[in-house]
Design a protein around this ligand. Structure first.
Ligand SMILES: [Zn+2]
Length: 162
C-alpha cells in the first residue's frame, strides 16, 4: 500500500525527507508521514499429532490446495490471528503455534507471517469460504502445494528446521 492522499483528511501527500527513511509521502495538514507498507496476514501450516498437514480448497479462486490464511485484524497479534483463522476456516482448536518465517507476497502486496499450528486430528467444521479440507502426509502436501508458492516455502522451511 502506497499512499497518495492522506487517509485522515484526504489532502494530496507530498514527499518529504524523514531521517534515514528518505522521501516519504507526508501530509502537511496533519503534519505526519504515511509510510508505504504491505498488508500483514498469516499463513498457517496446520499439523496434527500424526504429523499430517491440513490443506484446504477455497470456495472462491482456483481449484487447488492452499494453507489456511487470513488478514490480521486491527489490535490483534499474529499468533491470535493464526489461532482464529484455523478455528474459523476449518473448526480446529490450535494447541500451540510456532513462528517459522515471513514472506513478502508482492502479487497481493502482503507480508505473510508463516506459522505452524499444532492441533489434534478431528473432524473439520468448514466455513463457507472453504470447500474442502484434507489431512496429507508431508510428501503429499509438498506435491499438492507445488503451485502455491508461499505455502510450499513455509512447508519446506518447517521441514528443514523441525
Ligand atoms: Zn492529512
Amino acid at each position: 500500500m502506497k499512499f497518495e492522499f492522506c487517509p485522515k483528511c484526504g489532502m494530496k501527500l507530498t514527499p518529504q525527507t524523514i531521517g534515514d527513511e528518505g522521501l516519504v509521502p507526508f501530509c502537511t495538514n496533519c503534519e505526519r508521514p504515511w509510510f508505504s507498507f504491505s498488508y500483514p496476514c498469516v499463513i498457517c501450516l496446520v499439523i496434527n499429532e500424526n504429523n499430517e498437514i491440513a490443506l484446504i480448497k477455497q470456495s472462491y479462486g482456483e481449484d487447488r490446495y492452499v494453507c489456511v490464511a487470513g488478514y490480521i485484524k486491527q489490535g490483534e497479534n499474529a499468533e491470535e490471528c493464526a489461532i482464529r483463522e484455523v478455528k474459523e476456516e476449518i473448526g480446529l482448536d490450535v494447541e500451540s503455534v510456532r513462528f517459522i518465517a515471513s514472506y513478502s507476497y508482492e502479487k497481493r502486496d502482503n507480508l505473510m507471517l508463516g506459522f505452524v499450528c499444532f492441533a489434534k486430528s478431528c473432524d473439520f467444521t468448514l466455513s463457507c469460504e472453504v470447500d474442502k479440507a484434507t489431512w496429507f502426509t508431508a510428501n503429499e502436501a509438498e506435491y499438492k502445494l507445488k503451485n502455491a508458492s508461499i505455502a510450499l516455502q513455509l512447508l519446506m522451511d518447517y521441514l528443514r528446521i523441525r
